[in-house]
Design a protein around this ligand. Structure first.
Ligand SMILES: NC(=O)c1ccc[n+]([C@@H]2O[C@H](COP(=O)([O-])OP(=O)(O)OC[C@H]3O[C@@H](n4cnc5c(N)ncnc54)[C@H](O)[C@@H]3O)[C@@H](O)[C@H]2O)c1
Length: 298
């Protein structure tokens, strides 16, 4: 394999999901917690997710143990020195990500590829702070990373063909389906999916239907595996909000602006599944629509 060791910065939903996929393919991973504090929660979360797969008979216990043995969790960015690929997956914020790219250039060696898992931000903007720009690209995994096969490989303005080829090979080697995309806000999937989710929220605000009705309609009428509200909660409402804001900043079209209900949920810290509340409340099984949203919020 051309990529022998992978560094991941950020141990949230996507960081840990990607660590799982890459380690399962036999590649050692160094996963760096990007905010202050210990790695205990990330360790528990990783072991918990893999443990559930073992309990449900979807993964042998030996595979779980091998995956865990290949992932080193750390709090020090400098531990990605020696990696042949780094994927950053920190908060969706251009300033934070660009500053990280700048620091990474001082840590890794010249051959290391530097990539971002951003959902909607400009990879070219992150590339602009780097000296060696040919090795910078986007590597956009989907949530949940161990399940979703697509990876959008983002060709930014000065990404070299050598980098693109290596990333496409890497995706194939870890069992993913790479699709090459030019650097545009939202790439392919989120550019199409974000306005759809936002429209569902506006439909709720207009009182066209309840959360449950809209979700069920799209599942049973359009054949989608989950409706737009369940999907938004799954992605994380802060991430949906950031995607909407970034696409809106780019296209300046009203249909891409984040609706009030989404803004309010994010302001209140109701971010979907990861906080147990968003458009649905996850305190119950099965989840129930958030009672505060029973009536349209204008
Ligand atoms: N959730 C999705 O469906 C999805 C899918 C593909 C890509 N992404 C992208 O992946 C990245 C991470 O998203 P996620 O869903 O894992 O989010 P998350 O909330 O689960 O994790 C966010 C990570 O960012 C770190 N972080 C928070 N504040 C920070 C700060 N000020 N400085 C540095 N790091 C900080 C956190 O410690 C955590 O590791 C984002 O760029 C997001 O757009 C998300």
């Amino acid at each position: 394999m051309e990529i022998e060791k992978v560094g991941i910065i950020g141990t949230g939903t996507m960081g840990l999901g990607m660590a799982h996929v890459i380690a399962k393919a036999g590649i050692p991973v160094v996963a760096v917690k990007a905010t202050p504090g210990s790695t205990d929660r990330a360790q528990q979360s990783l072991a918990g997710d893999l443990g559930k797969l073992v309990e449900r008979g979807k993964m042998p216990a030996e595979t779980r143990d091998e995956i865990l043995s290949r992932i080193t969790l750390t709090t020090s960015e400098s531990d990605v020195a020696g990696c042949s690929l780094v994927i950053e997956s920190v908060k969706e914020d251009l300033e934070i990500k660009s500053a990280l790219f700048k620091r990474l250039e001082g840590i890794v060696d010249a051959e290391c590829l530097l990539t971002t898992n951003t959902s909607t931000l400009s990879v070219t903007a992150m590339m602009s702070v780097c000296k060696e720009r040919g090795r910078v690209a986007g590597l956009h995994f989907f949530n949940p990373a161990p399940v979703m096969s697509l990876v959008e490989v983002i060709h930014a303005f000065e990404t070299s063909n050598h980098t693109v080829r290596k990333l496409i090979n890497f995706c194939t080697e870890i069992g993913k389906e790479p699709v090459l995309v030019q650097d545009t806000t939202g790439f392919i999937v989120n550019r199409l999916l974000t306005p759809y989710i936002l429209d569902a929220v506006r439909m709720l605000e207009r009182g066209t239907g309840t959360i449950d009705a809209i979700d069920r309609a799209m599942m049973t009428g359009a054949g989608y595996p989950m409706g737009p509200f369940a999907l938004a909660d799954y992605i994380g409402l802060d991430v949906v909000y950031a995607m909407a804001s970034n696409i809106y900043d780019d296209v300046r079209q009203q249909y891409c602006s984040p609706p009030h209900t989404l803004q309010r949920l994010v302001q209140l810290g109701y971010l979907g599944r990861k906080t147990s509340k968003g458009f649905y409340s996850y305190a119950t099984k099965p989840p129930t629509p958030n009672p505060q949203l029973r009536h349209p919020v204008a």
